[in-house]
Write a protein that binds this ligand. Structure first.
Ligand code: RP5
Length: 162
């Protein structure tokens, strides 16, 4: 059976960011597949992947890219599946270029855009899990436990304070 979540990225260099999405999904027991699909360097691979993603059994696509980050938007143009975009932090412009490239979609072709970098990758995974949990009570329970553990881990007082 195909994993419900596809994590695609424009380059191997994006993995350092996107692995946080993969690790978060793994922590929640959500199976996923990670692939390099570049809008610019492998456009035919992008078209084939995005057009076939729904039939292949994927339910959600997480797409990370940096710089002129066309991958999430092009994927969204080619599939009806929900696409969550993660702006990867670029060297030249710290990911602001990635963010603007991903977030400013024209009305009618949505990409749910997350924060730049690691927080965005983690949150894309959590959003994907939240959507899947609407029809998966076991996953909903795991997600609630994950959130409770996060809450419980926050100390009331900062270390070193009186
Ligand atoms: C984008 O260009 C990728 O998503 C990556 O963030 C950026 C740089 O790619 P590399 O030159 O590191 O392969 O397509």
């Amino acid at each position: 059976m195909t994993a419900p979540v596809a994590i695609i990225m424009g380059s191997q260099s994006d993995w350092e960011t996107m692995r946080h999405a993969a690790e978060t999904l793994t922590a929640l027991g959500v199976s996923h597949e990670a692939r390099i699909v570049s809008a610019h360097r492998t456009p035919d691979r992008l078209v084939a992947f995005a057009k076939g993603a729904k039939a292949a059994g994927f339910q959600i696509i997480i797409a990370g890219a940096g710089g002129a980050a066309h991958l999430p938007g092009m994927a969204a143009a080619l599939t009806e599946l929900p696409v969550f975009g993660v702006p990867v932090e670029s060297k030249a412009l710290s990911g602001v270029d990635s963010l603007y490239s991903i977030v400013q979609m024209p009305g009618g072709v949505p990409v749910g855009t997350l924060a730049i970098g690691k927080p965005g990758a983690i949150n894309a995974a959590l959003l994907a899990a939240s959507v899947l949990a609407l029809h998966d009570t076991a996953l909903a329970t795991k997600l609630a436990a994950w959130r409770k553990a996060q809450t419980d881990a926050v100390a009331e007082k900062p270390e070193g304070a009186a």
